[in-house]
Design a protein around this ligand. Structure first.
Ligand code: FES
Length: 144
């Protein structure tokens, strides 16, 4: 399966790239199998994600999914970002080849990691809200 136009677009011109020095939450996740690393930064005001950015050291699909994930949560209430799934990211990109599904999981996990960090900084235990940071279930796909 070839990459969709949207994937190519977000890979070639990723949105919201860069570090955020005054972030309210920072999440970093990695996939031990492919070695790719994704870092997400969020800014939160009155329960709204007012700004979000990312830095991804990874494959093209990881860059495209990070970019799309930031677009999907930007300007949204935290509750919406908590519900973001890798499937929603994939759908927004018009799909990914099966061996690249785990890249979208990394994007979901990175957003959740940033939200967890945000709650921790507020003195709130993130686990009941965000859930446990889990290893990627989809990654078993990728055994080569
Ligand atoms: Fe690792 Fe895409 S190959 S995130």
């Amino acid at each position: 399966m070839a990459y969709s136009e949207k994937v190519m677009d977000h890979f070639a011109s990723p949105r919201n790239v860069g570090e955020m020095p005054d972030a309210d939450g920072i999440g970093e996740v990695g996939n031990s199998r492919c070695g790719d690393i994704m870092k997400m930064y969020i800014k939160v005001r009155d329960n709204i994600i007012t700004d979000v950015s990312f830095k991804t050291f990874g494959c093209g699909a990881a860059i495209a999914t990070s970019s799309m994930a930031t677009e999907l949560v930007k300007g949204k209430p935290i509750e919406d970002a908590l519900k973001l799934t890798n499937k929603a990211v994939m759908e927004a990109l018009d799909g990914l080849p099966p061996v690249k599904v785990h890249c979208s999981v990394l994007a979901e996990q990175a957003i959740k990691a940033a939200l967890s960090d945000y709650y921790k900084k507020q003195g709130i235990d993130p686990e009941p809200i965000v859930g446990k940071a889990s290893e990627c279930d989809e990654c078993h796909f990728d055994e080569q």
